[in-house]
Ligand binder design. Sequence first.
Ligand code: URP
Ligand code: ZN
Ligand code: ZN
Ligand code: ZN
Length: 479
Amino acid sequence: MGLLIKGGKIVNADASVIADVYCEDGVIKQIGTDLDVPSDAEVVDAAGKLVMPGGIDPHTHMQLPFMGTVASEDFYTGTAAALAGGTTMIIDFVIPDPQQPLMEAYETWMGWASRSVADYSFHVAVTWWDDSVYEDMGKLVNEHGVNSFKHFMAYKNAIMAEDETLVNSFNRCLELGAMPTVHAENGELVYHLQKKLLAAGLTGPEAHPLSRPTEVEGEAANRAIRIAQSLGVPLYLVHVSCQEAVDEIARARHEGQRVYGEVLAGHLELDDSVYRNEDWGAAAAHVMSPPFRPKKHQAVLWSALQGGTLQTTATDHCCFCAEQKAAGKDDFTKIPNGTAGVEDRLMILWDSGVNQGRLTENEFVSVASTNAAKIFNIYPRKGCVAVGSDADLVIWDANKEHLISAKTHHQNIDFNIFEGRTVKGAPDTTISQGKVVYANGELNVVEGAGNYVQRPAFPTIFDAVQKYNELHQPKGVER
Ligand code: URP
Ligand code: ZN
Ligand code: ZN
Ligand code: ZN
Protein backbone atom coordinates (compact mmCIF):
# COMPACT_ATOMS: atom_id res chain seq x y z
CA MET A 1 0.00 0.00 0.00
CA GLY A 2 1.23 3.47 -0.86
CA LEU A 3 1.72 6.35 1.54
CA LEU A 4 0.70 9.93 0.76
CA ILE A 5 2.19 12.74 2.85
CA LYS A 6 -0.05 15.75 2.36
CA GLY A 7 0.46 19.46 2.69
CA GLY A 8 3.89 19.60 4.30
CA LYS A 9 6.81 21.83 3.43
CA ILE A 10 9.49 19.70 1.80
CA VAL A 11 12.86 20.82 3.07
CA ASN A 12 15.90 19.73 1.12
CA ALA A 13 19.49 20.94 1.37
CA ASP A 14 19.01 23.26 -1.60
CA ALA A 15 15.45 24.56 -1.21
CA SER A 16 12.07 24.28 0.49
CA VAL A 17 8.71 23.89 -1.27
CA ILE A 18 5.16 23.03 -0.20
CA ALA A 19 4.06 19.83 -1.94
CA ASP A 20 2.69 16.33 -1.37
CA VAL A 21 4.90 13.25 -1.42
CA TYR A 22 3.72 9.85 -2.56
CA CYS A 23 5.74 6.76 -1.60
CA GLU A 24 5.39 3.18 -2.74
CA ASP A 25 7.65 0.11 -2.53
CA GLY A 26 10.01 2.01 -0.24
CA VAL A 27 10.69 4.71 -2.80
CA ILE A 28 9.39 8.25 -3.42
CA LYS A 29 7.29 7.96 -6.58
CA GLN A 30 5.73 11.38 -6.97
CA ILE A 31 6.10 14.90 -5.60
CA GLY A 32 3.69 17.74 -6.39
CA THR A 33 0.18 18.97 -5.83
CA ASP A 34 -3.01 17.14 -6.84
CA LEU A 35 -1.11 13.89 -7.29
CA ASP A 36 -2.81 10.97 -8.94
CA VAL A 37 -2.48 8.23 -6.30
CA PRO A 38 -4.34 4.96 -5.55
CA SER A 39 -7.51 5.51 -3.52
CA ASP A 40 -6.38 3.09 -0.81
CA ALA A 41 -3.15 4.98 -0.08
CA GLU A 42 -2.51 5.71 3.61
CA VAL A 43 -2.60 9.46 4.15
CA VAL A 44 -0.43 11.35 6.61
CA ASP A 45 -1.35 14.98 7.18
CA ALA A 46 1.80 17.10 7.29
CA ALA A 47 0.18 20.52 7.12
CA GLY A 48 2.19 23.05 9.09
CA LYS A 49 5.09 20.61 9.36
CA LEU A 50 8.34 20.02 7.51
CA VAL A 51 9.05 16.95 5.40
CA MET A 52 12.76 16.28 5.44
CA PRO A 53 15.10 13.45 4.48
CA GLY A 54 15.54 11.21 7.51
CA GLY A 55 18.68 11.85 9.51
CA ILE A 56 21.81 9.89 8.68
CA ASP A 57 24.09 9.24 11.64
CA PRO A 58 27.44 8.37 10.07
CA HIS A 59 29.03 7.36 13.38
CA THR A 60 27.49 4.78 15.73
CA HIS A 61 28.74 1.73 17.64
CA MET A 62 25.88 -0.66 18.31
CA GLN A 63 26.81 -3.64 20.55
CA LEU A 64 30.49 -2.82 20.17
CA PRO A 65 32.80 -5.14 22.10
CA PHE A 66 35.10 -2.54 23.69
CA MET A 67 37.32 -2.18 26.75
CA GLY A 68 36.32 -5.53 28.24
CA THR A 69 32.56 -5.17 27.80
CA VAL A 70 29.93 -4.84 25.07
CA ALA A 71 27.93 -1.68 24.35
CA SER A 72 24.44 -2.08 25.84
CA GLU A 73 22.63 -0.81 22.76
CA ASP A 74 22.31 -3.43 20.02
CA PHE A 75 21.33 -2.98 16.38
CA TYR A 76 17.66 -3.65 17.15
CA THR A 77 17.24 -1.23 20.05
CA GLY A 78 19.67 1.28 18.56
CA THR A 79 18.06 1.63 15.17
CA ALA A 80 14.63 1.83 16.85
CA ALA A 81 15.86 4.69 19.07
CA ALA A 82 17.28 6.34 15.97
CA LEU A 83 13.86 6.23 14.27
CA ALA A 84 12.21 7.74 17.36
CA GLY A 85 14.55 10.67 16.87
CA GLY A 86 14.03 11.00 13.11
CA THR A 87 17.25 9.27 12.06
CA THR A 88 16.52 6.66 9.40
CA MET A 89 20.00 5.37 8.67
CA ILE A 90 23.19 4.72 10.59
CA ILE A 91 26.68 3.99 9.41
CA ASP A 92 28.28 1.82 12.07
CA PHE A 93 31.82 0.44 12.32
CA VAL A 94 33.21 -3.03 11.81
CA ILE A 95 36.26 -3.11 14.10
CA PRO A 96 38.50 -6.16 13.65
CA ASP A 97 40.88 -7.09 16.45
CA PRO A 98 44.52 -6.72 15.48
CA GLN A 99 45.45 -9.77 13.35
CA GLN A 100 41.78 -10.63 12.78
CA PRO A 101 40.90 -10.90 9.08
CA LEU A 102 38.77 -7.94 7.97
CA MET A 103 36.32 -10.20 6.15
CA GLU A 104 35.74 -12.29 9.26
CA ALA A 105 34.95 -9.20 11.34
CA TYR A 106 32.72 -7.86 8.58
CA GLU A 107 30.66 -11.07 8.53
CA THR A 108 30.33 -10.97 12.34
CA TRP A 109 29.01 -7.40 12.32
CA MET A 110 26.68 -8.17 9.40
CA GLY A 111 25.18 -10.96 11.49
CA TRP A 112 24.58 -8.64 14.44
CA ALA A 113 23.18 -5.88 12.26
CA SER A 114 20.64 -8.14 10.56
CA ARG A 115 18.28 -7.33 13.47
CA SER A 116 18.23 -3.63 12.54
CA VAL A 117 14.85 -1.99 12.08
CA ALA A 118 16.24 0.81 9.89
CA ASP A 119 18.75 0.91 7.07
CA TYR A 120 22.43 0.63 7.95
CA SER A 121 25.87 0.52 6.42
CA PHE A 122 29.43 -0.03 7.63
CA HIS A 123 32.77 1.67 7.69
CA VAL A 124 35.47 -0.97 8.29
CA ALA A 125 38.39 -0.23 10.61
CA VAL A 126 41.94 -1.03 9.58
CA THR A 127 43.63 -1.88 12.86
CA TRP A 128 46.71 -3.68 11.52
CA TRP A 129 48.48 -4.27 8.25
CA ASP A 130 49.64 -7.07 6.00
CA ASP A 131 48.92 -8.31 2.47
CA SER A 132 45.68 -9.99 3.53
CA VAL A 133 44.36 -6.66 4.80
CA TYR A 134 45.21 -5.14 1.42
CA GLU A 135 43.30 -7.95 -0.31
CA ASP A 136 40.31 -7.82 2.03
CA MET A 137 39.95 -4.06 1.55
CA GLY A 138 39.55 -4.73 -2.16
CA LYS A 139 36.98 -7.42 -1.54
CA LEU A 140 35.00 -5.20 0.84
CA VAL A 141 34.89 -2.38 -1.68
CA ASN A 142 34.30 -4.39 -4.83
CA GLU A 143 31.98 -7.10 -3.51
CA HIS A 144 30.36 -5.70 -0.36
CA GLY A 145 29.66 -2.02 -0.90
CA VAL A 146 32.09 -0.65 1.69
CA ASN A 147 33.56 2.67 0.57
CA SER A 148 35.18 4.00 3.74
CA PHE A 149 37.81 2.73 6.14
CA LYS A 150 38.41 3.88 9.70
CA HIS A 151 41.74 4.36 11.45
CA PHE A 152 42.04 4.77 15.21
CA MET A 153 45.12 6.85 15.96
CA ALA A 154 44.35 6.29 19.68
CA TYR A 155 43.79 3.21 21.89
CA LYS A 156 47.40 2.01 22.09
CA ASN A 157 47.82 -1.71 22.81
CA ALA A 158 44.36 -2.29 21.37
CA ILE A 159 43.14 -1.03 17.99
CA MET A 160 45.57 1.85 17.37
CA ALA A 161 46.91 2.17 13.82
CA GLU A 162 50.59 3.11 13.56
CA ASP A 163 51.83 5.46 10.83
CA GLU A 164 52.85 2.43 8.76
CA THR A 165 49.25 1.23 8.74
CA LEU A 166 47.92 4.73 8.02
CA VAL A 167 50.21 5.17 5.02
CA ASN A 168 49.52 1.73 3.55
CA SER A 169 45.80 1.86 4.14
CA PHE A 170 45.30 5.45 2.93
CA ASN A 171 47.15 4.53 -0.25
CA ARG A 172 44.99 1.44 -0.70
CA CYS A 173 41.90 3.64 -0.23
CA LEU A 174 43.10 5.83 -3.10
CA GLU A 175 43.45 2.79 -5.38
CA LEU A 176 39.98 1.59 -4.44
CA GLY A 177 38.12 4.91 -4.55
CA ALA A 178 37.28 4.66 -0.84
CA MET A 179 37.35 7.37 1.84
CA PRO A 180 39.90 7.00 4.63
CA THR A 181 38.62 8.26 7.97
CA VAL A 182 40.46 8.84 11.26
CA HIS A 183 39.84 9.10 14.96
CA ALA A 184 42.51 11.73 15.50
CA GLU A 185 44.21 11.48 18.89
CA ASN A 186 47.89 10.72 19.44
CA GLY A 187 47.60 7.37 21.24
CA GLU A 188 51.21 7.36 22.39
CA LEU A 189 50.73 10.70 24.17
CA VAL A 190 47.44 9.58 25.71
CA TYR A 191 49.13 6.46 27.04
CA HIS A 192 51.98 8.50 28.52
CA LEU A 193 49.65 11.04 30.14
CA GLN A 194 47.39 8.33 31.57
CA LYS A 195 50.37 6.69 33.32
CA LYS A 196 51.58 10.04 34.61
CA LEU A 197 48.16 11.02 36.00
CA LEU A 198 47.64 7.64 37.67
CA ALA A 199 51.11 7.85 39.23
CA ALA A 200 50.18 11.26 40.60
CA GLY A 201 47.14 9.72 42.26
CA LEU A 202 44.54 11.06 39.87
CA THR A 203 42.34 8.02 39.35
CA GLY A 204 38.89 9.61 38.88
CA PRO A 205 37.01 10.63 35.71
CA GLU A 206 38.35 14.19 36.06
CA ALA A 207 41.68 12.79 34.86
CA HIS A 208 40.15 11.55 31.59
CA PRO A 209 40.14 14.93 29.79
CA LEU A 210 43.58 15.73 31.27
CA SER A 211 44.96 12.60 29.64
CA ARG A 212 43.65 13.66 26.22
CA PRO A 213 44.14 17.44 25.95
CA THR A 214 43.31 19.27 22.73
CA GLU A 215 46.91 19.32 21.46
CA VAL A 216 46.79 15.52 21.40
CA GLU A 217 43.93 15.78 18.90
CA GLY A 218 45.51 18.66 16.99
CA GLU A 219 48.73 16.70 16.47
CA ALA A 220 46.95 13.61 15.18
CA ALA A 221 44.62 15.65 12.96
CA ASN A 222 47.60 17.41 11.42
CA ARG A 223 49.52 14.14 10.98
CA ALA A 224 46.60 12.40 9.26
CA ILE A 225 45.94 15.43 7.05
CA ARG A 226 49.61 15.66 6.05
CA ILE A 227 49.81 11.95 5.30
CA ALA A 228 46.69 12.28 3.14
CA GLN A 229 48.19 15.31 1.42
CA SER A 230 51.44 13.49 0.65
CA LEU A 231 49.54 10.58 -0.85
CA GLY A 232 46.96 12.68 -2.70
CA VAL A 233 44.05 11.05 -0.84
CA PRO A 234 40.90 12.71 0.50
CA LEU A 235 40.33 12.38 4.23
CA TYR A 236 37.40 12.47 6.68
CA LEU A 237 37.99 13.22 10.35
CA VAL A 238 35.39 11.79 12.73
CA HIS A 239 34.30 13.50 15.94
CA VAL A 240 36.31 16.73 15.59
CA SER A 241 36.09 18.17 19.09
CA CYS A 242 38.39 21.18 19.43
CA GLN A 243 39.80 24.35 17.92
CA GLU A 244 43.19 22.73 17.27
CA ALA A 245 41.70 20.11 14.95
CA VAL A 246 39.32 22.61 13.32
CA ASP A 247 42.29 24.85 12.55
CA GLU A 248 44.15 22.02 10.80
CA ILE A 249 41.10 21.15 8.69
CA ALA A 250 40.45 24.80 7.82
CA ARG A 251 44.05 25.32 6.76
CA ALA A 252 44.07 22.19 4.61
CA ARG A 253 40.79 23.13 2.95
CA HIS A 254 42.00 26.65 2.28
CA GLU A 255 44.97 25.08 0.51
CA GLY A 256 42.67 23.04 -1.69
CA GLN A 257 42.97 19.69 0.07
CA ARG A 258 39.86 17.52 0.17
CA VAL A 259 39.43 17.14 3.91
CA TYR A 260 36.07 16.67 5.63
CA GLY A 261 35.11 16.93 9.28
CA GLU A 262 32.34 15.52 11.46
CA VAL A 263 31.15 16.95 14.76
CA LEU A 264 29.13 15.23 17.47
CA ALA A 265 26.01 16.71 19.04
CA GLY A 266 27.68 16.18 22.42
CA HIS A 267 30.83 18.11 21.54
CA LEU A 268 28.74 21.03 20.24
CA GLU A 269 26.86 21.32 23.50
CA LEU A 270 28.80 20.07 26.54
CA ASP A 271 32.02 21.20 28.17
CA ASP A 272 34.56 19.45 30.36
CA SER A 273 33.00 20.60 33.65
CA VAL A 274 30.96 17.36 33.51
CA TYR A 275 34.06 15.41 34.57
CA ARG A 276 34.31 17.36 37.83
CA ASN A 277 30.86 16.30 39.01
CA GLU A 278 31.22 15.03 42.60
CA ASP A 279 28.93 12.14 41.69
CA TRP A 280 31.40 9.59 40.28
CA GLY A 281 28.71 7.87 38.18
CA ALA A 282 27.59 11.07 36.50
CA ALA A 283 31.17 12.04 35.72
CA ALA A 284 32.01 8.57 34.41
CA ALA A 285 28.87 8.54 32.26
CA HIS A 286 30.44 11.35 30.23
CA VAL A 287 33.72 9.54 29.62
CA MET A 288 34.17 9.31 25.88
CA SER A 289 37.03 10.08 23.52
CA PRO A 290 37.82 12.71 22.55
CA PRO A 291 36.47 14.12 25.82
CA PHE A 292 34.16 17.10 26.17
CA ARG A 293 36.31 20.20 25.93
CA PRO A 294 36.95 23.39 27.88
CA LYS A 295 34.32 26.06 27.43
CA LYS A 296 35.56 28.01 24.42
CA HIS A 297 35.60 25.05 22.01
CA GLN A 298 31.84 24.59 21.56
CA ALA A 299 31.48 28.00 19.89
CA VAL A 300 34.41 27.18 17.60
CA LEU A 301 32.73 23.93 16.54
CA TRP A 302 29.42 25.68 15.87
CA SER A 303 31.17 28.31 13.76
CA ALA A 304 33.04 25.62 11.84
CA LEU A 305 29.77 23.82 11.12
CA GLN A 306 28.07 27.05 10.04
CA GLY A 307 31.03 28.08 7.91
CA GLY A 308 31.50 24.74 6.19
CA THR A 309 34.84 23.68 7.67
CA LEU A 310 32.86 20.80 9.22
CA GLN A 311 30.18 19.20 7.06
CA THR A 312 28.50 16.42 9.02
CA THR A 313 27.05 15.76 12.45
CA ALA A 314 26.97 12.41 14.24
CA THR A 315 26.75 10.98 17.74
CA ASP A 316 29.39 8.27 18.16
CA HIS A 317 26.48 6.50 19.89
CA CYS A 318 28.25 3.94 22.11
CA CYS A 319 26.29 3.02 25.23
CA PHE A 320 27.64 1.78 28.54
CA CYS A 321 25.40 1.66 31.61
CA ALA A 322 26.42 2.50 35.18
CA GLU A 323 27.53 -1.04 36.10
CA GLN A 324 29.73 -1.12 32.98
CA LYS A 325 31.26 2.28 33.68
CA ALA A 326 31.99 1.01 37.22
CA ALA A 327 34.80 -1.14 35.83
CA GLY A 328 36.90 2.01 36.13
CA LYS A 329 35.96 2.85 39.72
CA ASP A 330 39.61 2.90 40.85
CA ASP A 331 41.25 3.70 37.51
CA PHE A 332 39.78 6.15 35.00
CA THR A 333 41.59 4.44 32.12
CA LYS A 334 39.33 1.41 32.61
CA ILE A 335 36.04 3.31 32.27
CA PRO A 336 34.55 2.12 28.98
CA ASN A 337 34.61 5.10 26.61
CA GLY A 338 31.34 6.11 25.03
CA THR A 339 28.17 8.19 25.27
CA ALA A 340 24.75 8.02 23.60
CA GLY A 341 22.72 10.33 21.41
CA VAL A 342 21.42 8.64 18.26
CA GLU A 343 17.84 9.54 19.28
CA ASP A 344 18.68 13.08 20.43
CA ARG A 345 20.95 14.43 17.70
CA LEU A 346 18.38 16.03 15.39
CA MET A 347 16.46 17.68 18.22
CA ILE A 348 19.65 19.13 19.73
CA LEU A 349 20.82 20.29 16.32
CA TRP A 350 17.50 21.94 15.54
CA ASP A 351 17.15 23.57 18.94
CA SER A 352 20.70 24.90 19.17
CA GLY A 353 21.12 25.36 15.43
CA VAL A 354 17.90 26.56 13.78
CA ASN A 355 16.28 28.08 16.87
CA GLN A 356 19.45 30.02 17.63
CA GLY A 357 19.81 31.43 14.11
CA ARG A 358 22.95 29.43 13.42
CA LEU A 359 21.46 27.21 10.71
CA THR A 360 18.68 27.63 8.18
CA GLU A 361 16.26 24.73 7.83
CA ASN A 362 18.07 23.80 4.61
CA GLU A 363 21.49 23.93 6.27
CA PHE A 364 20.05 21.75 9.01
CA VAL A 365 19.17 19.12 6.41
CA SER A 366 22.66 19.40 4.93
CA VAL A 367 24.48 18.71 8.18
CA ALA A 368 21.95 16.20 9.50
CA SER A 369 21.67 14.07 6.39
CA THR A 370 22.61 15.29 2.91
CA ASN A 371 26.31 15.93 3.39
CA ALA A 372 26.91 12.49 4.89
CA ALA A 373 25.01 10.94 1.97
CA LYS A 374 27.20 12.84 -0.48
CA ILE A 375 30.54 12.16 1.21
CA PHE A 376 29.77 8.45 1.61
CA ASN A 377 28.28 8.24 -1.89
CA ILE A 378 24.67 7.27 -1.34
CA TYR A 379 23.21 10.57 -2.56
CA PRO A 380 20.51 11.09 -3.88
CA ARG A 381 19.28 7.65 -2.86
CA LYS A 382 19.55 8.93 0.72
CA GLY A 383 19.71 12.47 2.07
CA CYS A 384 17.15 13.90 -0.36
CA VAL A 385 13.40 14.19 -0.80
CA ALA A 386 13.15 13.54 -4.53
CA VAL A 387 11.41 11.18 -6.92
CA GLY A 388 13.43 7.98 -6.99
CA SER A 389 14.99 8.51 -3.57
CA ASP A 390 14.40 6.03 -0.74
CA ALA A 391 11.28 6.90 1.23
CA ASP A 392 13.21 7.54 4.46
CA LEU A 393 11.67 10.70 5.83
CA VAL A 394 11.03 12.63 8.97
CA ILE A 395 7.99 14.85 9.35
CA TRP A 396 9.29 17.56 11.64
CA ASP A 397 7.20 19.63 14.00
CA ALA A 398 9.16 22.82 14.61
CA ASN A 399 6.76 23.81 17.41
CA LYS A 400 6.76 20.56 19.36
CA GLU A 401 8.48 20.69 22.73
CA HIS A 402 10.25 17.61 23.98
CA LEU A 403 11.90 16.97 27.32
CA ILE A 404 15.02 14.85 26.87
CA SER A 405 15.47 12.30 29.62
CA ALA A 406 16.82 8.82 30.23
CA LYS A 407 13.44 8.08 31.83
CA THR A 408 11.64 8.43 28.52
CA HIS A 409 14.21 7.96 25.78
CA HIS A 410 14.26 4.79 23.70
CA GLN A 411 18.03 4.35 23.92
CA ASN A 412 19.13 1.29 25.87
CA ILE A 413 21.23 3.19 28.40
CA ASP A 414 20.48 4.48 31.90
CA PHE A 415 21.89 7.97 31.31
CA ASN A 416 21.37 10.85 28.92
CA ILE A 417 24.06 13.51 28.50
CA PHE A 418 21.29 16.02 27.57
CA GLU A 419 19.15 15.09 30.61
CA GLY A 420 16.52 17.65 31.58
CA ARG A 421 16.81 19.76 28.48
CA THR A 422 13.56 20.82 26.81
CA VAL A 423 14.03 21.29 23.10
CA LYS A 424 11.65 22.93 20.66
CA GLY A 425 11.46 21.07 17.35
CA ALA A 426 11.00 17.30 17.28
CA PRO A 427 9.93 14.46 15.00
CA ASP A 428 6.18 14.18 14.54
CA THR A 429 6.36 11.10 12.32
CA THR A 430 9.25 9.01 11.01
CA ILE A 431 8.96 7.04 7.79
CA SER A 432 11.39 4.26 6.96
CA GLN A 433 11.25 2.43 3.63
CA GLY A 434 7.91 4.10 2.90
CA LYS A 435 6.27 2.93 6.15
CA VAL A 436 5.28 4.91 9.22
CA VAL A 437 7.54 3.56 11.95
CA TYR A 438 7.15 6.31 14.55
CA ALA A 439 4.06 8.45 15.17
CA ASN A 440 2.20 9.85 18.19
CA GLY A 441 5.18 8.97 20.33
CA GLU A 442 4.89 5.28 19.47
CA LEU A 443 7.34 3.09 17.61
CA ASN A 444 6.02 0.49 15.22
CA VAL A 445 9.08 -1.37 14.00
CA VAL A 446 9.88 -4.82 12.66
CA GLU A 447 13.03 -6.64 13.71
CA GLY A 448 15.21 -7.21 10.68
CA ALA A 449 13.33 -4.77 8.44
CA GLY A 450 16.45 -2.64 8.00
CA ASN A 451 18.41 -3.16 4.81
CA TYR A 452 22.16 -3.18 4.44
CA VAL A 453 23.03 -0.22 2.21
CA GLN A 454 25.86 -0.83 -0.22
CA ARG A 455 27.89 2.29 -0.92
CA PRO A 456 29.64 2.38 -4.29
CA ALA A 457 33.31 3.29 -4.57
CA PHE A 458 34.66 6.31 -6.43
CA PRO A 459 32.36 9.14 -5.40
CA THR A 460 32.74 11.97 -7.92
CA ILE A 461 35.37 13.75 -5.82
CA PHE A 462 37.71 10.98 -6.92
CA ASP A 463 37.41 12.26 -10.52
CA ALA A 464 39.07 15.46 -9.38
CA VAL A 465 41.46 13.71 -7.03
CA GLN A 466 42.67 11.34 -9.75
CA LYS A 467 42.95 14.08 -12.38
CA TYR A 468 44.90 16.27 -9.96
CA ASN A 469 47.24 13.44 -8.96
CA GLU A 470 47.81 12.56 -12.63
CA LEU A 471 48.76 16.14 -13.46
CA HIS A 472 51.11 16.29 -10.49
CA GLN A 473 52.97 13.03 -11.15
CA PRO A 474 56.68 13.30 -10.41
CA LYS A 475 58.63 13.70 -13.66
CA GLY A 476 62.26 12.82 -14.29
CA VAL A 477 64.75 15.04 -16.10
CA GLU A 478 65.38 14.12 -19.78
CA ARG A 479 69.13 13.79 -20.17
O1 URP B 1 34.63 7.07 23.35
C1 URP B 1 34.31 6.65 22.25
N1 URP B 1 34.26 7.50 21.26
N2 URP B 1 34.03 5.34 22.08
C2 URP B 1 33.81 4.68 20.88
C3 URP B 1 35.05 4.44 20.10
C4 URP B 1 35.52 5.66 19.39
O2 URP B 1 36.59 6.17 19.67
O3 URP B 1 34.85 6.16 18.49
ZN1 ZN C 1 36.58 7.53 17.98
ZN1 ZN D 1 33.36 6.12 17.47
ZN1 ZN E 1 11.72 9.70 22.68
